[in-house]
Design a protein around this ligand. Structure first.
Ligand code: C2E
Ligand code: MG
Ligand code: MG
Length: 758
C-alpha cells in the first residue's frame, strides 16, 4: 500500500509541474549565463580591440613624428656643419628639447659609433662608442643599415636618471655612407610622452614587444618595476605565442586570444617591427561577469527556493490530505476507532504475532444492551454521543497493542493479542463491565448502559480470522441470551444453539406468508362453577423442516429480529376475528386474552391497530384482554396508558416470576393477575409455593384485581386454589389449547349439556 501511494505521489501532476518548472528555469538560467559570458567576452574583446588600435595608431604616429623631427634636425646640423663644430649643434638641440619635453636627450654619433655630442654633457667629457655597448650596438648597426628611424631597447640612462627609449636616424648621404647618426632618448616616464595620454581603462594594460623579445613599453607599470620589466627578455613561450597569434590578425582587427591568465588582443606594427598588445586579466573578466550575474543569480535562487518551498508545502498538504483519506478509509468517522477493514487487518497481524510467540489471542464482540431503545427514546444525537463515550471508555481499558474497532451500529470488536490465557481475556471483560458501571452523562441527563461480550480464543476456537469472528459472535448471542450485561466464552455447544437460532430466524421470516402460523385457544374457567368465561389466544408455528416450534422459543427470536411486529399484528387480527365468531355463535360475554410482548408494546401504532381490529369486528373493548409480563409493565409504562385509554383490561402474566413491583400494580391500570404455573404446580406438596400463591390471591383481592391461576392440571390443585378464593383458572385439567373449531364445538357441547342439566 505504501509503495503504491509513494509511486503515485512521485508521478503526481504537482510533482511533474514542479519538475518542469525547476528544470525549465535551470536550463533557462544556464542558457542565460552562457549568453552573458559570451556577451562579456565580446564586449571585452571589443574594448581591447579599440585600445589596441588606438595604441597601434598612436605608436605609428609617434615614430613617424620623431622620424620627421630628427630628419629636419639632422639636415640642419649637416647644413650648419655642426658635426665638426659641436658648439654650433648644442643650441639647435636644446631648442628642440624645449619644444619636445619628452625627448630626454640628444646624441650625435659618427657612423663608426663614436659619440660626439650628448645634450646636457660638457664637450670636454670623453664619450663612449655605441658599437662597443652590447645594449646599443645591434640597434646602432640596424640604424645604419635601414636608413629609417630605428627604435632601440628601453633602458635606464643614469645620465638622465630616467628610463628611455632610444630612437636613431642616420642622416646625410645615401644609406651606405651616412654622415651622422642622430639619436634621441624618449623619456617613457615623462608625462609629455604621448603614450602616457593613453590611460588604459580599468585593469587593462598595454604592452609593446620588440622583435628581439624585450618589452619596449608597458603601461601601466608598477613603481620600480622598470628594471625587471625592460632588462629581461620575455619568456620564450610568451614571445612565441604573441608573434604567432599576430600572424592570424585581420586587416582591421588584432588577434584575440588568451595567454596564461590574460585575455589579449595583439597587432604586429610591421613598419617599426613592434607587437602591440592590449591585455586584461581573465580574473577581471570573471569579476565583471560575477557582478553582472549577481542580480539574475539572486533572482534565480530566490525563485528556486520559493518553488521548492511552495512545492514542499503543497506536498505536505497533499500528504496530509492523503493520510486523512487513508485514515478516513480505515476509521469510523463517529468514534475515530478503526473500522471493520482495519480491524480485520489488525486481527490477521495479531494472529501472526501470537502464532509466532506461541501464545493466545482473544477476539471479543461487544454489543450495547438495548441501544436501540436509547436511540429511539433519547434521539440519534445522544446515541452518537453515547457511542463516542463508549469508544473512549473501551480504549481506556485496553493496552496499546490491543485493538478496539467499531463495526457499525452499537457493535464493537476487540482484539487482544499475545495474552497468556482465557483468564487474561476474562480480566479485560471484567474491566469493561466495570467502566460501564458509571452512568454516561449527556448535558444534564445521564443514562446507565450495559454491554454484552462474546469472546473467542485463538487458537482454541479457530485459527482463521473468519472462524474466530463467527465464534465470538456465537458467544455474544449466548451472553445476550444469558440476560445481557455479561460475557460468554465460546464453546462448541453454543454452536448448536446458535445454529438453531439462525435457522429459526430465517424460517420465521416466511412463516406468516407460508401460512405456518395459527392460533389455538385455551379456555379460562370460573373455578367455582367450572364455567368457561373466556380463553387465552396462543400462537402456534409449524414449520415443515423444524416441525412444531414453541412460542416460548420463537417469540424471543421474533422480538430480537423485529419480526414480532408482524407476528403480533397477525395474532391480534386472528384473535379478534375468532372472538367475533365465538360471539356470533351466541357466547356474547366470552372474553379473549392476547399476549403482547414488550417490543410489540413499544410500537407506537399498537393502540390504533387494536382499535381498528375491534371496530372492524364490532367488538366491545372490555372483552379483549391484554396480557403483559411484569417486566414489560415496568419497561413500557407510557404505552400501557394509551392501551388503557381504549378501556382494554390488562392482565399481568406469569405474576410472581418477575420484578413484582407492587407500586407499579397500583400505578397502572391493571385488572387481572395471572399466577404463574410454577406456583400452581406444587401447590399441594410444597407449602412454600402454596404460600406464594395465596399471597398473590390476597394481593389481588386487596387491590380489587381478578386473579387467574395458570397451569391447573389436577383436581387437587383446583381444591387448593378454591380454598384460597382464587376466582379463575386455566390449565390442561380443563382443556389443552384448542383450535377455533374445536373450541366452538366444545362451547356448544357445554351449552347443550348445561341446558339438558337444567
Ligand atoms: P403464557 O402466556 O404464560 O401462556 C401459557 C403457556 O402455558 C402456554 O404455553 C400454554 O400452552 C401453557 N399451558 C397452559 N396450561 C398448562 C398446563 O396445565 N400445564 C403446562 N405445563 N402448560 C400449560 P405456550 O403456548 O407454549 O406459550 C408459552 C408462552 O409463549 C406464553 O406463556 C406466552 O408468554 C408466549 N406466547 C404464546 N403465544 C403468544 C403470542 O401470541 N404472543 C406473544 N407475545 N407471546 C405468546
Ligand atoms: Mg399468557
Ligand atoms: Mg403465563
Amino acid at each position: 500500500m505504501t509503495r503504491t501511494s509513494d509511486s503515485r505521489r512521485n508521478h503526481s501532476p504537482l510533482k511533474l509541474l514542479f519538475d518542469f518548472i525547476v528544470v525549465g528555469t535551470l536550463v533557462g538560467f544556464v542558457l542565460y549565463a552562457v549568453n552573458e559570458w559570451r556577451a562579456i567576452e565580446r564586449d571585452t574583446e571589443a574594448e581591447l580591440q579599440f585600445l589596441n588600435r588606438l595604441v597601434t595608431q598612436t605608436t605609428d604616429e609617434i615614430f613617424n613624428n620623431y622620424q620627421t623631427v630628427l630628419h629636419i634636425l639632422g639636415d640642419r646640423l649637416v647644413e650648419t656643419g655642426a658635426v665638426s663644430h659641436r658648439e654650433l649643434a648644442r643650441p639647435l638641440i636644446d631648442g628642440l628639447v624645449e619644444l619636445n619635453p619628452a625627448l630626454a636627450g640628444f646624441i650625435l654619433a659618427k657612423p663608426d659609433g663614436q659619440l660626439v655630442l650628448v645634450s646636457g654633457i660638457d664637450c670636454e667629457t670623453v664619450l663612449p662608442n655605441l658599437l662597443h655597448e652590447p645594449k646599443t650596438s645591434a640597434s646602432f648597426l640596424e640604424t645604419l643599415e635601414t636608413g629609417r628611424l630605428t627604435v632601440g631597447r628601453t633602458y635606464f640612462l643614469p645620465l638622465l636618471d630616467s628610463w628611455v627609449m632610444p630612437i636613431r636616424l642616420a642622416i646625410g648621404g645615401d644609406t651606405d655612407a651616412p654622415e651622422l647618426v642622430i639619436a634621441a632618448e624618449v623619456d617613457i616616464t615623462s608625462p609629455a610622452t604621448i603614450w602616457n595620454d593613453i590611460a588604459p581603462p580599468g585593469k587593462m594594460e598595454v604592452r609593446i614587444l620588440r622583435p628581439d623579445g624585450y618589452w619596449q613599453f608597458v603601461e601601466p607599470l608598477a613603481e620600480n618595476m622598470e628594471a625587471a620589466t625592460y632588462d629581461n627578455p620575455v619568456e620564450a613561450s610568451r614571445f612565441e605565442r604573441i608573434t604567432e597569434q599576430t600572424r592570424l590578425q585581420g586587416d582591421s582587427q588584432g588577434a584575440a586570444y588568451t595567454m596564461d591568465e590574460w585575455f589579449c588582443v595583439s597587432t604586429h606594427l610591421k613598419r617599426w617591427g613592434l607587437y602591440v598588445t592590449a591585455i586584461l586579466p581573465l580574473a577581471e573578466i570573471a569579476a565583471s561577469y560575477r557582478a553582472r550575474m549577481a542580480i539574475p543569480t539572486a533572482f534565480f535562487l530566490t525563485f528556486l527556493v520559493a518553488s521548492i518551498v511552495f512545492y514542499q508545502l503543497s506536498m505536505r498538504q497533499q500528504r496530509s490530505y492523503e493520510s486523512r483519506l487513508i485514515r478516513q478509509a480505515h476509521h469510523d468517522p463517529l468514534t475515530d476507532l478503526p473500522n471493520r477493514a482495519l480491524a480485520m487487518d489488525r486481527l490477521r497481524v495479531a494472529i501472526d504475532v501470537t502464532r509466532r510467540e506461541n501464545r493466545v489471542a482473544a477476539v471479543a464482540f461487544l454489543d450495547l444492551d438495548h441501544f436501540k431503545r436509547i436511540n429511539d427514546s433519547l434521539g440519534h444525537l445522544t446515541g452518537d454521543a453515547l457511542l463516542t463515550q463508549c469508544a473512549s471508555r473501551l480504549k481506556s481499558v485496553l493496552r496499546a497493542g490491543d485493538t478496539v474497532a467499531r463495526l457499525g451500529g452499537d457493535e464493537f470488536l476487540i482484539v487482544l493479542s499475545r495474552i497468556r490465557n482465557a483468564a487474561s481475556a476474562e480480566n479485560v471483560a471484567h474491566k469493561i463491565h466495570a467502566v460501564f458501571q458509571e452512568p454516561f452523562v449527556f448535558g444534564k441527563g445521564e443514562v446507565k448502559v450495559t454491554c454484552s461480550i462474546g469472546i473467542a480464543l485463538y487458537p482454541m476456537d479457530g485459527e482463521a480470522p473468519g472462524g474466530l469472528l463467527k465464534a465470538a459472535d456465537i458467544a455474544l448471542y449466548d451472553a445476550k441470551d444469558a440476560g445481557r450485561n455479561t460475557h460468554s466464552f465460546y464453546s462448541s455447544e453454543m454452536n448448536l444453539a446458535v445454529h438453531r437460532r439462525m435457522e429459526l430466524e430465517s424460517a420465521l421470516r416466511h412463516a406468516i406468508a407460508n401460512g405456518e402460523l395459527r392460533l389455538v385457544f385455551q379456555p379460562q374457567v370460573l373455578l367455582n362453577s367450572g364455567e368457561w368465561t373466556g380463553c387465552e389466544a396462543l400462537v402456534r408455528w409449524h414449520n415443515p423442516r423444524l416441525g412444531d416450534v414453541s412460542p416460548a422459543e420463537f417469540i424471543n427470536v421474533a422480538e430480537e429480529t423485529g419480526q414480532i411486529e408482524e407476528i403480533g399484528g397477525f395474532v391480534i387480527d386472528q384473535a379478534c376475528a375468532a372472538l367475533a365468531e365465538i360471539r356470533a355463535t351466541g357466547f356474547e360475554e366470552f372474553s379473549m386474552a392476547v399476549n403482547i410482548s414488550a417490543v410489540q408494546l413499544r410500537l407506537t401504532d399498537l393502540p390504533s391497530q387494536i382499535h381498528r381490529c375491534l371496530t372492524h369486528n364490532d367488538l366491545p373493548s372490555n372483552l379483549l384482554e391484554i396480557e403483559i409480563t411484569e417486566k414489560t409493565m415496568v419497561e413500557s409504562a407510557i404505552q400501557l396508558d394509551s392501551l388503557h385509554a381504549l378501556r382494554l383490561p390488562i392482565a399481568v402474566d406469569d405474576f410472581g416470576t418477575g420484578f413484582s413491583s407492587l407500586s407499579y400494580l397500583q400505578r397502572f391500570p391493571v385488572s387481572t393477575l395471572k399466577i404463574d404455573r410454577s406456583f400452581v404446580r406444587n401447590i399441594e406438596s410444597d407449602p412454600q409455593e402454596a404460600v406464594l400463591a395465596r399471597a398473590i390471591v390476597l394481593l389481588g383481592q386487596a387491590m380489587n384485581l381478578d386473579v387467574v391461576a395458570e397451569g391447573i392440571e389436577t383436581p387437587g390443585q383446583i381444591a387448593r386454589l378454591k380454598e384460597m378464593n382464587c376466582r379463575r383458572g386455566q390449565g390442561f385439567h380443563y382443556s389443552h389449547p384448542l383450535a377455533l373449531g374445536e373450541l366452538l364445538a366444545r362451547l356448544r357441547q357445554r351449552r347443550q349439556d348445561s341446558r339438558r342439566a337444567n
